[in-house]
Design a protein. Structure first.
Length: 620
């Protein structure tokens, strides 16, 4: 579903509803630029440290901007063993459309523009019809400046100084002083005032239609400093001078502060969705703003249940952050933080800590797919993973009927489409790896442990096979990993299944030469194309009692929360969030090309499960 500025106000409730019912939410971003080492810059021998890579990416996030964001909300039906996917493709505008006394700078990199052009990206869309946003830091700054502006006293302004050689300004001051004093001497009621316009002040014949901006500003200053009990009110083409009424002035001040807050809330835009995913309050959204406007400009009346639907979203999300999933999340989270939260910290450790506070559960499918990779980085692009997992029939997934844009439409590097692929990869890959893990335990082998060497080893995906062959392949794979041998497999291709299941064709690069932006296509700069990933068949399943799962049901009985206990069935569902599986694969971000190769989002020994504001475990 495409979201732009014009339909965002009434689609926002639909997005919030999808988030509130979700088992997890997947992200993808399209950017105006990514970190690129300047031409001719000296490169230190060896790999970067994680801190160096973070500093490099931080500098890029402060310079470039998010043009498009993909969001797929995944709803789990634990009873039926199915997943319902709702992909949103949101154009994001970096332009500040409201008067908020703040400014924003952003840049485009020619390499990013070249790449996005090659895949048909519409650069006009974000700027012309993109959804606005404010970061938390920008909103705070806008509030402070609005409050400061409306609470100004005479002492705030610099003294009025008119130089002797500014004869016209001196003449204007004398004229204003005389006209105002003559009006005060008449003793007219307070409600009356005096209007100062071209007719009263100009010496030209005939007088101009309205005062110049300089004349208006000068009149405001003259009255402010020469008459303490008077105030000026701007009118069209002129200035009205009236007596000071404290009660009226306080009411006007409150009204202006209220209008400033409303402008801030409107400009907050897409950040409301980020706050909802993070389990934070979005109660400042005016539910009456969910009014749908037709193409002819007619407003449709709100449905009777609009307010209750909004309140239900608040109830389901308050203090219950959703797990977030992405591919190459280290880069995406840095850009998300800079865009929607505020200034990035200088140290990568502080960044990891703050991300953990905002999103307690983060899944990087790139890390999951390369969890046990060796010294040579395997190919791990999103398209390749989706292709390798495409033949896996379970878990069962379906796209909601109102979100069928991508059913037979391949749109690589459209954020909404890539977020949909990411969600599918997360479901299928985690379910498959859980089968492999449990099968290894059944054979008396320890499951892979989470240790300081998390970045070493190898993980692969492949087609289904016989149980005996699977066990043999697992043993062979583990031995291969220990010896750091890379076993080649056939070339991977990009193919997305449609209803008609078209014949798969190999996709070649759109560039005849290698560029720094090949990484935007999913391949890592440090990955060698000849390095292949060992594939092995699915392993036999076991059956045992699984943890209690929690979900939200849309049944006709209007029962929101349904508690069910399920027997674990191979690849029927992805692992429960309370499973030890995620203590091994969760909250770890793959960062190839660095010495550490991984960014941990929690300290050693810290529980990686999500908690609410009271420190209690969160269940979905």
């Amino acid at each position: 579903m495409d979201i732009v500025r014009f339909n965002f106000p009434w689609k926002l409730l639909e997005i919030l509803t999808a988030v509130s019912e979700s088992h997890f939410v997947s992200f993808d971003l399209e950017l105006s630029g990514v970190p690129v080492r300047p031409y001719g810059a000296a490169r230190e021998p060896g790999k970067q440290t994680l801190q160096q890579r973070y500093a490099e990416t931080k500098a890029a996030a402060e310079k470039y901007t998010i043009l498009q964001i993909g969001l797929t909300c995944v709803k789990e039906d634990a009873v039926d063993g199915t997943y319902e996917l709702k992909p949103f493709n949101i154009q994001l505008s970096p332009i500040l459309s409201e008067r908020l006394d703040i400014d924003r700078n952003f840049s485009f990199h020619s390499g990013a523009v070249e790449f996005l052009n090659s895949v048909g990206f519409n650069f006009q869309a974000p700027l012309a019809i993109g959804v606005p946003y404010l970061s938390r830091e920008e909103a705070r700054l806008a509030r402070e400046r609005a409050e400061g502006r409306h609470s100004r006293t005479k002492d705030f302004y610099d003294p009025l100084v008119i130089k002797p050689e500014e004869t016209e300004a001196l003449a204007l001051r004398k004229t204003v002083q005389k006209l105002v004093q003559d009006w005060l001497d008449t003793g007219k009621p307070h409600a009356d005032g005096i209007y100062l316009g071209p007719k009263e002040l100009s010496t030209s014949k005939p007088p101009p239609d309205e005062l110049s901006r300089y004349e208006k500003r000068l009149i405001h200053q003259i009255v402010r400093f020469d008459f303490e009990d008077l105030v000026t009110v701007p009118r069209r083409g002129l200035i009205q001078v009236i007596r000071l009424d404290k009660e009226r002035e306080d009411a006007v001040k409150r009204q202006r502060i209220r209008e400033s807050k409303e402008r801030i809330y409107r400009q907050t835009g897409f950040r409301w969705v980020i706050e909802a995913i993070a389990g934070r309050s979005f109660s400042n959204i005016d539910w009456q703003s969910f009014v749908q406007v037709t193409e002819e400009g007619h407003a449709l009346p709100l449905t009777p249940d609009t307010k209750s639907r909004f309140q239900r979203c608040q109830h389901l999300l308050d203090g219950r952050p959703r797990p977030v999933v992405g591919h190459n999340m280290f880069l995406d989270l840095i850009y998300l933080y800079q865009t929607f939260i505020g200034q990035l910290p200088d140290k990568v450790e502080d960044f990891a800590s703050r991300i953990k506070e905002i999103f307690p559960v983060v899944i990087d499918t790139k890390y999951v797919a390369t969890h046990e990779c060796g010294d040579i980085n395997p190919m791990s692009s999103l398209q390749q993973l989706a292709e390798q997992l495409d033949e896996q029939e379970k878990p069962v997934m379906r796209t909601h009927e109102d979100f069928n844009k991508y059913d037979e439409y391949i749109a690589h590097h459209e954020a909404g489409y890539d977020s949909l692929l990411t969600a599918k990869v997360a479901i299928r890959l985690s379910a498959k790896l859980e089968v492999d893990r449990r099968s290894g335990e059944e054979d008396g082998k320890d499951a892979p442990s989470s240790s300081d060497d998390d970045g070493q080893g190898g993980v692969a995906v492949g087609a289904d096979g016989q149980a005996a062959e699977s066990r043999t392949m697992l043993s062979s794979a583990m031995e291969t990993v220990r010896n750091k041998i890379v076993v080649p497999v056939g070339k991977t291709v990009t193919a997305i299944k449609s209803t008609a299941k078209p014949q798969k064709q190999e996709q070649t690069s759109r560039f005849a030469h290698t560029t720094a932006f090949d990484g935007l296509q999913g391949d890592d700069t440090d990955d060698a194309e000849e390095d292949k990933v060992l594939q092995f068949d699915d392993l036999p399943t076991t059956t045992e009692t699984e943890d209690t799962s929690t979900g939200w049901s849309q049944a006709s009985n209007d029962q929101d929360q349904v508690w069910t206990e399920q027997k674990w069935v191979a690849q029927r569902l992805m692992p429960r969030w309370s499973s030890t599986f995620w203590s091994e694969y969760g909250n770890r971000l793959r960062v190839f090309g660095t010495q550490e190769s991984i960014c941990m989002l929690e300290t050693n020994g810290e529980d990686s499960s999500a908690k609410d504001r009271d420190g209690k475990g969160v269940e979905w």
